[in-house]
Write a protein that binds this ligand. Structure first.
Ligand SMILES: N[C@@H](CCC(=O)N[C@@H](CS)C(=O)NCC(=O)O)C(=O)O
Length: 210
């Protein structure tokens, strides 16, 4: 097995944190997004969506999409369960995981990809040129992130972790979203003390170094 990775990018980091939490080691191969290596023919053949992370199995099968990779690894290494144990826990993890991705990570991506010069004309991941930046998405992304911070802060007022009593993939996506928003100096609002407490806690886990 091999994981195509790029250290600075948020999505591969989700998988590396997941692996660290499970104690799984998989050889990493860097795909340098800085030099647009994702568009090289060799990589594009492996993943026509031209994004990382990408998991390559020993028989040549490829799995992309961070959460699909994590689900595969969870099935092979069930302990500790990071997608929930009981049916209710699993539903809660899925709910908060999707909320983190749809109302957090994607807004952070809108802000970053529509404001940094490096992404001019490639504001969409995996698309080489022809996707110009849209300024209005920066403001919409910031407003979305503000709602995300406040909603997750409220959830964390009564819960130790994002999906309830146990650490899960929902925590991983939330953590990476906060880091990604930080690229544009957007931080947790002062009044979101529960979120700040939780962020400090997950950042102190050994997996945060992944
Ligand atoms: N939904 C995908 C998103 C993958 C993605 O967008 N990856 C980024 C790095 S964080 C990428 O490969 N970007 C390629 C590009 O910028 O062209 C996942 O969860 O894996």
């Amino acid at each position: 097995m091999k994981l195509y990775d790029y250290t600075r990018a948020p999505n591969p980091r989700r998988v590396r944190i997941f692996m660290a939490e499970k104690g799984i080691e998989i050889p990493l191969e860097a795909v340098d997004l800085g030099t647009e290596a994702q568009f090289d023919e060799d990589f594009a053949r492996r993943n026509p969506f031209r994004t990382v992370p990408l998991l390559e199995l020993d028989d040549g099968t490829h799995i992309s999409e961070s959460m699909a990779i994590c689900r595969y690894l969870e099935a092979l290494n069930p302990e500790p369960p990071l997608f929930g144990s009981t049916p209710l826990e699993q539903a809660r993890v899925e709910m908060w995981s999707r909320r983190a991705e749809l109302t957090g990570l994607l807004h952070a991506a809108d802000v970053v990809r529509n404001s940094i010069a490096f992404f001019a004309d490639k504001s969409l991941p995996g698309v080489q040129g022809g996707s110009p930046q849209i300024e209005a998405l920066i403001e919409r992304g910031k407003a979305g992130l503000d709602r995300f911070f406040r909603a997750f802060d409220q959830q964390l007022a009564d819960n130790e972790f994002v999906a309830g009593d146990h650490y899960s993939v929902a925590d991983i996506t939330t953590q990476v979203t906060i880091e990604f928003a930080g690229w544009r100096k957007i931080g947790i609002p002062e009044e979101c003390q529960n979120l700040a407490r939780w962020y400090q806690q997950v950042s102190a886990r050994p997996s945060a170094k992944a």
